[in-house]
Design a protein. Structure first.
Length: 359
């Protein structure tokens, strides 16, 4: 039996409970968690913005040590450090055949399975495949990647979502070039990672936008050259910092109609807006036909940073080793399982960066 944070039903409070994990079957791996990040997507799963089978153990960003492996698993072995990958690609669907593994049609197939049971025998599903809000978990083999050597597992935990998403948004989705200007909307965990990635990409001016002025110090430490408090004048404030033109690239990490629109308006004519934030289906963003023609801007979505975890986690490790990337600076709170609801409340209030559950 291991302790876990269980979501009994959509909209219900998380419950800390003892759960029974089976030994890994063929193609499965049992992992003892070292740390798990609390992502806004976990909040979206708990309140029903995103749907998963329930009851479930949430948590999709984590790292730990392999306890045991099932038959047919040969890329990791007991004692290895691993990073959890919540969206393993199948390699055979249409998107995977196109090389767009981040859009894999079968990436969340594992979330449908019953992977554990409560003490009373009730079935449990692994939220977003990996169920990282637990002392231990059992995942399919595709959900574990070897942890980079020399990177503490508490730092490596963030590579599986926040850092990979922010890095990919800049380097793959937005394709930021040396000397360009970038505005990042939202300075939470993903936003702070995006700021670091923009600095790595060689952006000349990096503007952080957030509703909380208290995040300015965090944003500047991550690489922001300027900070703009979010308001109904945000786009004008950003253009004022860019000689009236607007930024070359805006990356929206909030997932709200108002910030997506503000990000779009903050880009120059011909600029690029990349939306990373996950919003609800009731968040409607509108554009008129004339402005689409006149501004010539590009608006793109971004899933998991448009990245390939197996390719890009080693790339991130090289940036960490070179001192260009520091996952630890994203973390503003180190907490226990029982503190996850408070971390959700802080997200709703726009406080802090990444909360990290440390086991």
């Amino acid at each position: 039996m291991v302790r876990a944070a269980v979501l009994p039903a959509v909209g219900s409070p998380l419950e800390i409970a003892e759960i029974d994990l089976p030994e890994p079957g063929p193609g499965e791996v049992r992992v003892r968690l070292a740390a798990a990040g609390v992502c806004h997507s976990d909040l979206s799963l708990s309140n029903g913005t995103l749907r998963v089978p329930v009851p479930a153990v949430l948590g999709h960003e984590g790292a730990g040590t392999v306890v045991s492996v099932g038959e047919g698993v040969d890329h990791v072995r007991p004692g290895d450090g691993v990073v959890l990958n919540w969206a393993p690609s199948c390699g055979t669907c249409h998107a995977c055949q196109l090389g767009e593994v981040w859009l894999c049609a079968n990436a969340l197939a594992g979330a449908q399975r019953v992977y554990a049971h409560r003490a009373d025998g009730g079935e449990l599903h692994p939220g977003l495949n990996v169920a990282a809000f637990a002392e231990e978990t059992v995942v399919t083999a595709g959900c574990v990647l070897p942890a980079p050597h020399g990177v503490p597992l508490t730092d490596a935990a963030l590579l599986g979502c926040a850092v990979l998403t922010g890095y990919g948004a800049v380097h793959y989705a937005a394709q930021v070039r040396v000397g360009e200007s970038v505005a990042v909307f939202g300075a939470g965990g993903v936003g702070l990672a995006t700021l670091q990635a923009a600095r790595i990409a060689g952006a000349e001016r990096i503007i952080a936008v957030d509703a909380s002025p208290a995040k300015e110090e965090l944003a500047r430490a991550a690489g922001a050259t300027d900070f703009v408090p979010a308001s109904d004048q945000t786009a004008k404030d950003v253009r004022r910092l860019t000689d009236g033109h607007g930024v070359d690239v805006a990356v929206e990490c909030v997932g709200r109609a108002a910030t997506i629109r503000a990000a779009w308006e903050s880009t120059r004519r011909g600029g690029r807006t990349t939306v990373v934030g996950i919003g609800g289906k009731d968040e409607q963003v509108t554009f008129n036909a004339l402005e689409i023609f006149h501004w010539g801007r590009t608006l793109t979505g971004c899933v998991y940073g448009n990245a390939d975890p197996s390719r890009d986690v080693p790339v991130l490790a090289s940036h960490i080793s070179a001192g260009r990337l520091d996952p630890a600076t994203l973390v503003t709170d180190r907490i226990g399982l029982e503190d996850i609801p408070a971390a959700f409340d802080n997200m709703l209030a726009g406080k802090g960066g990444r909360a990290l559950v440390v086991f």
